[in-house]
Design a protein around this ligand. Structure first.
Ligand SMILES: Cc1cc2nc3c(=O)[nH]c(=O)nc-3n(C[C@H](O)[C@H](O)[C@H](O)COP(=O)(O)OP(=O)(O)OC[C@H]3O[C@@H](n4cnc5c(N)ncnc54)[C@H](O)[C@@H]3O)c2cc1C
Length: 426
């Protein structure tokens, strides 16, 4: 039971409508950036003690890249991007069986022209929201109670507070979604793949290539160059229905991964040894998030929490950045009327999301074939990707990133379009 003094607490901060965002990954800080530009006061609650490092490189492509340009962050993103020569498939002995150079699709292929480490992008966006965004790290939302005027939010650690709106940007296992929309099983559709990412420092020389090894049993091990000398970003995927494991027990998850890859060759044993001391080990079951509506009253979902497409599409970052821009823009354009803004957010964004959620041909089985024949076919198709008809198929997949006409909104700092209006009338 929330105290009456909290229920009647002021919902405006210095005359601005206040908005709580849950999750400081990619989508959360991007939204905070644009909301501030739209004249809102923003608080972000994040379960991790600081912006989460980790992950491999993510691609800045299409409309996602345009949003970064409009934020005026492109120079910094370029400065922090990781130079990669392309993707190469290797067999168990390390022999290259197929190569796809980065420039073969004009910088818009599997490895895009601007590849930035996910952790670097999250930090860059976080820094862009300082100093006027309030962060509550090492905390989470435990309760959401809406009434006609506002949402009362209870936290694990902080005292309860009232907010005008609450946005769930807390990833595919969103707690905001569970509290306001219903249980995860109603919205998350597993694609039958688990993926782990971690940073390894062990001197493995990749010569600038993103190396990937497919092994029988639907297993994929990969290593990409990091930004720092000697830094390797390792990725391991295995096919399996969702498994029950403790999300907080890293050692148990590492054991699980080591068991799956116990007999895999190439550099997998070496990378798995480094895994034990990795500072940023992360394992998750891959699933697409689908909802008929991304809002319930004063609560809305953004990024992976609302429409995770899975890393197989290469479009998750674009969806998060574009979603943040559209949501903030519609709120500013509607003068803070969330009913109108959330409807428009859905109308503008849904066709883009629908496209992005179509998995590449073969889905998880195409990425992680289980038999030797499937692996040979994958090599073959990778070798022919720069030629017709594979070239057109792949180009169509990545062209989806640009498949939205970004509206112009009354957001003060639209650096690219030179848009400059006053804050929204809230
Ligand atoms: C550690 C990590 C590594 C990743 N690596 C890759 C990668 O290599 N390649 C790739 O394509 N995609 C990767 N992803 C996913 C990718 O970041 C997203 O698909 C995409 O960028 C959309 O971003 P998002 O902000 O919606 O979700 P995320 O980037 O997942 O951000 C969600 C944020 O919410 C926080 N959070 C979760 N639950 C709670 C809670 N209950 N309370 C408060 N905060 C919460 C998380 O700690 C996280 O900071 C990774 C995600 C994470 C978290």
């Amino acid at each position: 039971m929330v105290a009456e003094s909290v229920r009647t607490a002021y919902v405006r901060v210095m005359g601005k409508k206040n908005i709580l965002i849950c999750g400081a990954g990619i989508a959360g800080p991007a939204l905070a950036y644009w909301l501030r530009e739209g004249g809102f006061a923003v608080t972000i609650v994040e379960r991790a003690p600081e912006p989460r490092p980790g992950g491999q490189t993510v691609d800045l492509r299409g409309a996602g890249r345009t949003v970064i340009e409009r934020m005026g962050l492109m120079d910094r993103a370029r400065a922090e991007s990781v130079d990669q020569r392309g993707l190469a498939l290797v067999d168990a002995s390390g022999r290259v069986t197929a190569r796809l150079p980065a420039d073969s699709f004009g910088g818009e292929g599997i490895v895009s022209e601007i590849e930035i480490l996910r952790g670097d992008l999250a930090r860059l966006l976080y820094e862009a929201t300082l100093p006027d965004t309030e962060y509550l790290f090492d905390d989470t939302v435990t309760g959401i109670d809406q009434d006609a005027d506002a949402v009362t939010v209870t936290f694990e650690k902080a005292a309860p507070r009232r907010f005008g709106l609450v946005i769930g940007a807390d990833g595919p296992h969103s707690v905001v979604r569970s509290l306001a929309f219903g249980p995860e099983r109603d919205f998350v559709h597993p694609i039958g793949l688990h993926t782990a990412w971690f940073t390894a420092f062990d001197g493995l020389d990749l010569d600038g290539w993103f190396l990937m090894h497919n092994a029988p049993g639907g297993l994929v091990a990969s290593a990409r160059p990091g930004r720092l000398p000697g830094e390797i970003k390792a990725g391991f995927s295995f096919r399996s229905p969702p498994l029950a494991y403790d999300r907080r027990d890293t050692a148990a998850q590492q054991e699980l991964l080591a068991r799956h890859f116990a007999h895999v060759g190439w550099e997998a044993p070496r990378l798995l040894r480094s895994m034990r001391t990795a500072p940023d080990f992360f394992l998750d079951s891959m699933g697409q998030v689908r909802l008929d509506s991304w809002s319930r009253g004063r609560v809305a979902l953004l990024g992976d929490a609302g429409y995770c497409a899975t890393p197989l599409t290469g479009l998750g970052t674009s969806l998060a950045l574009v979603g943040a821009y559209v949501l903030a823009g519609e709120l500013a354009a509607a003068g803070g009327d969330h009913g109108i803004a959330f409807r428009r957010y859905d109308t503008v964004l849904r066709p883009y999301v629908r496209q992005a959620q179509q998995l590449p041909p073969g889905g998880a089985a195409g990425y992680a074939p289980s038999g030797r024949l499937g692996i040979r076919l994958r090599d073959l198709s990778m070798r022919s990707m720069t030629r017709w008809p594979m070239r057109n198929l792949l180009a169509a997949q990545f062209a989806k990133a640009g498949d939205i006409a970004l509206p112009e909104y009354p957001l003060a700092a639209d650096h690219e379009s030179g848009f400059r209006r006053g804050p929204a009338n809230v």
